[in-house]
Design a protein around this ligand. Structure first.
Ligand SMILES: Cc1cc2nc3c(=O)[nH]c(=O)nc-3n(C[C@H](O)[C@H](O)[C@H](O)COP(=O)(O)OP(=O)(O)OC[C@H]3O[C@@H](n4cnc5c(N)ncnc54)[C@H](O)[C@@H]3O)c2cc1C
Length: 485
């Protein structure tokens, strides 16, 4: 039974009696001394029993809540019967990055948040089970085979989840894909943002191996955009048959506060990359040793800020404070990540915002002046707007400050593609049904059309664009290959 349409008849009552399986985590005082993932591996037996807790409800609200519409009951049915690769294949039909999404999705507001079992007991641990079967697939199957060469050439800008998914989808069908990326190694935020304790880099490296037998070429350390030697218009003029823009939203938003230029005040991406990666995987300008110090202040309230705070703990900081201008209720990130951060000793200062960074005579940050806030009427995001409380200033000493206050997309990429429309934050307009921009043959997906979002939505967009690109390529007249290798 692999299809979502026909659910097997199961004894729901007895399934609801099966206790939720314990999925072990590393203890906080152990994990702060290593970079391994928080969750420990689970056994096949545990995975099978947990999968059996799924009551195979015909409406499958978990599937409806999944941005890529994974056939979760179908996959869990295979898993409970011991067919791990069969289960992984079902996830792969709709999600090219099951291994990442199983670990990284905010399941509590997606699949698990809609699990019917969860109304009376703990929801089925769908995320951990997805990661479990995807890991088995990576180890046992590893590579994908390509269809015969079509002679078509595709340019993909960005080697993050969106670009890599398009490369897999088109490469498997015999289209030649060239991925251009500004950083030294592929993976996008999976490598240059998300820390190892959430996603081990070997999972990303293993994932990339699946492309090794496909016609996919990487041109790393290669920035594309207006003013660069390579532009989107230039790629089309060179004869690429279609282009996918998957350059994400990686420009960290600046904080217009006095002292933001001091040494030791860093953007989240710089801090996370330098803190998590060996120098040879970093651009040359980022390779010198990262000084963190004992006291670290992280500004921001999303998952990125939590990643920064927990990275600071692992880098040896003993006094890590997360500063957020609203309350915990308005925080957009995962509750589980906040819990992990608290367990690891991160302190939270809600309802306050920085007004000034103070420096030493040598120009290094030494403290942050903060001001208390109170919540006023809702703003355009629907959340109550923070308003300063007069006379409430206080100072926190800091050896380093990390800014994690959101990301915008790089406008230079669409600016180099005549006809492609985008707004002042760099967010590209596409037809949401097809992923096509205003320029025929140029498609886009991921954070560059959503603003900073999720891995799973990047995969979803890339799948939509891939389908349209296949149709677009099929409709092109036979055309000689014109791209120089
Ligand atoms: C610290 C952090 C933690 C996160 N945690 C989670 C999480 O737990 N769960 C979750 O689902 N999501 C998380 N996200 C969000 C998620 O990683 C992104 O939504 C996802 O990576 C978007 O994929 P993408 O392919 O659109 O872009 P990206 O992953 O940003 O990849 C874009 C690629 O394009 C390249 N690029 C950019 N500009 C150019 C250019 N001009 N020329 C050439 N190449 C260029 C970049 O180098 C990059 O490799 C997190 C994000 C961050 C920053």
């Amino acid at each position: 039974m692999a299809q979502s349409k026909e659910r097997p008849v199961v004894d729901r009552k007895s399934r609801l009696q099966i206790p939720a399986q314990h999925i072990e985590k590393q203890a906080p005082n152990a994990r702060i001394h290593n970079w391994s993932e928080v969750y420990l591996p689970i056994s096949l037996e545990t995975a099978k029993v947990e999968a059996e807790r799924c009551i195979q409800c015909p409406a499958a609200p978990c599937q409806a809540a999944c941005p890529v519409s994974n056939d979760i009951p179908g996959a869990l049915w295979q898993l409970e019967h011991g067919d791990v690769i069969g289960a992984a294949n079902i996830f792969h039909e709709t999600n090219n990055m099951s291994d990442m999404c199983g670990r990284l999705c905010p399941q509590e507001r997606l699949c698990e948040g809609h699990c019917v079992v969860g109304k009376k007991a703990k929801p089925v641990a769908i995320g951990r089970l997805e990661a479990f079967v995807a890991d088995a697939w990576r180890i046992e199957v590893r590579t994908l085979k390509a269809a015969p060469d079509t002679g078509r050439h595709i340019a993909i800008i960005g080697a993050g989840p969106a670009g890599l998914t398009v490369a897999e989808e088109l490469g498997r069908r015999g289209h030649n894909c060239t991925i251009f990326d500004a950083w030294p190694s592929p993976g996008g935020v999976l490598r240059y943002g998300i820390p190892d304790f959430k996603l081990q880099k070997e999972v990303v490296d293993d994932w990339l191996e699946r492309l090794s037998e496909l016609p996919v070429e990487f041109k790393m350390n290669t920035r594309v955009g207006a003013g660069e030697p390579i532009t989107v218009d230039g790629l089309i003029a060179d004869g690429y048959d279609a282009v996918f823009l998957g350059h994400g939203a990686s420009d960290g938003n600046d904080l217009e506060v006095e002292g933001a230029e001091l040494t030791g005040v860093m953007q989240a991406t710089e801090f996370l990359s330098r803190g998590n990666l060996p120098p040879d995987q970093l651009p040359e300008i980022m390779r010198d040793t990262l000084f963190v110090g004992r006291r670290v202040v992280v500004i921001g309230g999303g998952d990125t800020s939590m990643d920064c705070a927990r990275t600071a703990v692992r880098l040896g900081a003993s006094d890590v404070t997360l500063v957020y201008r609203r309350t915990e209720t308005e925080m957009v990130g995962r509750e589980e990540e906040r819990q992990h951060a608290r367990e690891e000793g991160v302190r939270f200062e809600f309802l306050c915002a920085p007004v000034k960074f103070l420096g030493t005579s040598a120009g290094r940050v030494r403290a942050v002046d903060l001001q208390r806030m109170e919540l006023g009427p809702p703003d355009e995001s629907g959340r109550r707007r923070p308003q300063p409380v007069t006379g409430s200033d206080f100072t926190l000493e800091a050896d380093s400050v990390v800014l994690a206050i959101g990301y915008s997309a790089d406008t230079e990429v669409p600016a180099s593609a005549a006809g492609v429309q985008y707004d002042k934050w760099g967010v590209i307009s596409v037809d949401r049904e097809t992923g096509e921009t205003n320029r025929p043959g140029v498609f886009a997906g991921g954070d560059d059309i959503n603003g900073a979002d999720l891995v799973v939505t990047a995969v979803r967009d890339a799948k939509i664009s891939s389908r349209s690109m296949l149709a677009y390529l099929a409709a092109l007249d036979a055309k000689p290959q014109t791209v120089a290798s």
